[in-house]
Design a protein around this ligand. Structure first.
Ligand SMILES: C[S@@+](CC[C@H](N)C(=O)[O-])C[C@H]1O[C@@H](n2cnc3c(N)ncnc32)[C@H](O)[C@@H]1O
Length: 269
């Protein structure tokens, strides 16, 4: 069965060196953030590309992915799947200047590469500009997007407050209203999030399940390693998620809507 995913964020680690209050991945709220071994990451990648025929944007994210000591090995491992990937992306907070072998690994990758360097201001993203310059110099074929998250003209007008943990359970009608105007399902093809063997339809579904607000519903969250289903069934469920017209998490989430209040990005706890 053909499984063609428009995009997906692949969590490399939930460790982060920033403590952003409104973090979409809730990274600063873990006492012991998830930090897998390279073997675990590679196993997930292998299984993902066994099931998924093609993904438009395969984004390494987190947490701060450059905090993973083996991100270079991961990129080299992903290379064997480059024909199944439209663009291999890396999201980073611009704090870390990666070691040479990370840049080299992206240089060896034989498909399209994009670096999304989120610039949270000169006090936080101390290496954002230097990293952007270095990639432009050393990897001239890579696309570099240095995203302004600190001036008046900031990307997306700033961050949103997802509200997980504060929003009281919404009625079905209210949840439907959120789903109908949230840009994740409506404009961004759901922004699937791959974490620890599970493909979630959005990052907030992952968090709501983790906190016990909603159950693990196999129609929404697909466990790639659940061997009680055949590969065909798992693939069917990945495809069917794109036809969902509501997500359970919408009862507990504010969404990222055009009319959502915007907040200064990366405000530190
Ligand atoms: C959770 S971060 C992880 C990757 C990396 N640490 C970074 O900061 O780019 C992934 C993306 O989510 C965005 N993001 C995080 N929290 C957000 C929020 N509350 N509203 C909107 N975007 C958010 C970040 O700006 C970044 O582009």
């Amino acid at each position: 069965m053909v499984v063609d995913m428009p995009r997906g964020g692949f969590y490399v680690t939930l460790r982060c060196n920033l403590r952003c209050k409104l973090c979409a991945a809730h990274a600063p709220y873990y006492k012991k953030p998830w930090h897998p071994t390279i073997e675990e990451l590679c196993t997930q990648v292998d299984r993902f590309f066994e099931l998924v025929t093609h993904i438009g944007h395969f984004s390494l994210t987190g947490g701060e992915p450059l905090l993973h000591q083996d991100v270079d090995i991961l990129v080299r491992h992903i290379k064997q799947y480059s024909s199944q990937i439209g663009v291999l992306e890396l999201f980073t907070n611009g704090t870390i200047m990666p070691k040479d072998s990370v840049i080299d690994a992206f240089g060896e990758y034989d498909g399209a590469v994009k670096f999304c360097i989120d610039h949270y201001g000169p006090d936080l993203s101390v290496n954002a500009e230097r990293l952007a310059d270095r990639i432009k110099r050393e990897l001239p074929d890579a696309v570099v997007e240095l995203r302004d998250y600190y001036t008046q003209n900031m990307h997306c007008d700033g961050w949103v407050d997802w509200g997980i943990g504060q929003v009281q359970e919404r009625t079905d009608e209210e949840a439907q209203e959120i789903f109908n105007k949230c840009s994740l399902p409506q404009k961004l093809d759901f922004v699937s999030c791959v974490n620890n063997g599970v493909i979630y339809p959005c990052p907030q579904t992952r968090r709501c399940i983790e906190l016990g607000y909603i159950p693990f519903d196999p129609k929404e969250a697909v466990d790639m390693f659940d061997r009680s289903y055949s590969d065909l069934e798992i693939q069917q469920r990945i495809n069917e998620r794109y036809t969902l017209t509501i997500l359970r998490a919408c009862k507990f989430c504010n969404g990222q809507c055009d009319d959502s209040k915007r907040y200064p990005p990366a405000e530190q706890l």
